[in-house]
Write a protein that binds this ligand. Structure first.
Ligand code: PGA
Length: 251
């Protein structure tokens, strides 16, 4: 059985004070749904404070990115061990990072190895763009992202990884995929690609989240599917609607 997983990706939103207020608003609502693995991913600047606020609450903390090198002359970057000081999770390869900051399957692969090496649970994002979707290239794109992004990972470590399928055309657009459409991608394309790398037993244990315009109103459509094991939530994670999504995952 794969434990449901719901993470909130706050993206570049909230100062430390605002983040602290949002956590207070969400905390008691989120705490009751212990069957769901719940994670908040604020900006780096709020990690230190939130790690204290979330201590002993059962709610996990994640970063939204990191560098793969351990230390050195990489101005503006954050090392895996620095993330690990406060977090148990890290989002890697989000489509906004691939689009605006030049991340590739190769850099995602380096980050994935580095995250596993320091004991972080990576949430690795994959998904096709609108152009690729319209050209019928979804399978080709997500399979390549899995095979390249996850290469040279030990099978033993692979079950730690969480995959987030986020079609780029569904992110922040209000145009979510359908539950059935996303499930098909998870079940027919992503899980078989994971099985090709790690064997089917391990592939069956890896959680595959859906992300892209998930709200309290549409969450149950996704969580009712066989191969959708949770959600990576952007916009709705900044509101009490996030509690409704977690509640829906708990059902
Ligand atoms: P959204 O973002 O829920 O605002 O569409 C999802 C994401 O980018 O992780």
């Amino acid at each position: 059985m794969r434990r449901p997983f719901v993470a909130g990706n706050w993206k570049m939103n909230k100062t430390v004070d605002q983040a602290s207020v949002l956590v207070q608003e969400l905390l008691s609502g989120l705490q009751q749904f212990t069957s769901v693995e719940r994670v908040l991913c604020p900006p780096f600047t709020s990690l230190m404070l939130l790690s204290a606020q979330l201590k002993d609450t059962g709610i996990g903390l994640g970063a939204q990115n990191m560098h793969w090198e351990g230390s050195g002359a990489f101005t503006g970057e954050i090392a895996p061990a620095m993330v690990r000081e406060f977090c148990n999770y890290v989002i890697l390869g989000h489509s906004e990072r691939r689009t605006y900051f030049g991340e590739t399957d190769e850099t995602v692969n380096k980050k994935l190895k580095a995250a596993l090496a320091v004991g972080l649970t990576p949430i690795v994002c994959i998904g096709e763009t609108l152009t690729q979707y319209e050209a019928g290239e979804t399978q080709q794109v997500v399979v390549r992202q899995v095979l390249q992004g996850f290469k040279e990972i030990e099978s033993a470590a692979a079950s730690q990884i969480v995959v987030a399928y986020e079609p780029v055309w569904a992110i922040g657009t209000g145009k979510a995929a359908t539950g059935e459409g996303a499930n098909m991608v998870h079940k027919e394309y992503i899980r078989p690609a994971l099985a090709q790398l790690f064997g089917s037993a391990i592939a069956q244990n890896i959680r595959i989240l859906y992300g892209g315009s998930v709200t309290g109103a549409n969450a149950s459509e996704f969580f009712g599917q066989s191969d959708i094991d949770g959600a990576l939530v952007g916009g709705a994670s900044l509101k009490p609607d996030f509690i409704t999504i977690v509640e829906s995952a708990a059902r």
